[in-house]
Design a protein around this ligand. Sequence first.
Ligand SMILES: Cc1cc2nc3c(=O)[nH]c(=O)nc-3n(C[C@H](O)[C@H](O)[C@H](O)COP(=O)(O)O)c2cc1C
Length: 160
Amino acid sequence: MKAIIIYYTKTGHTLDAARDIAAGMEKNKVTPEIKNSKEIKYGELAGYDLILVGSPCHEGSTAPLRSGIARPLELFLKSIPKGFLQGKSAAAFSVNAGLGAKNTVKSLEKLLKQAGAVVVYSPGPAVRAGIPLSLWRGPDYNSKDKDKLQRFGSEITKNK
Ligand SMILES: Cc1cc2nc3c(=O)[nH]c(=O)nc-3n(C[C@H](O)[C@H](O)[C@H](O)COP(=O)(O)O)c2cc1C
């Protein structure tokens, strides 16, 4: 199984989450690529069976007014033509400082479905780290959330 984790981050917490998810996947001998949404074009997704997307919650507490997805990742997902991800498995995760990551996950899952992917684990994990406007790096997520992310990684790759 070829897997990729696409993320956006401002202060590093979402990249940490991507790495913990990858550690969970490694337990099933799946080594995902981890890429910033700014470094990838949608056409490259054709080469993967499993696509994970992770975003910090940006204004997710104001849903449904906002999607809660960080703008660069949202633009990337919206650049994927409808149906392009047909036959692919996908899932989403998010990090927030307080409130809203569940909305971000829901919005990410919606865009994945619009692109044609099958969301194989829903809702994906929402964990808590950072500070409200990400002016600087805040506290890391706790060990319970770390376990949650790793378990998510192994769950979605167990039937590879
Ligand atoms: C523009 C902006 C909007 C944000 N909105 C929210 C929010 O609605 N709820 C929340 O809990 N955190 C919010 N945050 C904080 C981030 O979700 C949090 O700090 C997260 O850990 C940052 O992840 P990162 O280090 O991967 O960038 C916001 C941050 C920014 C920059």
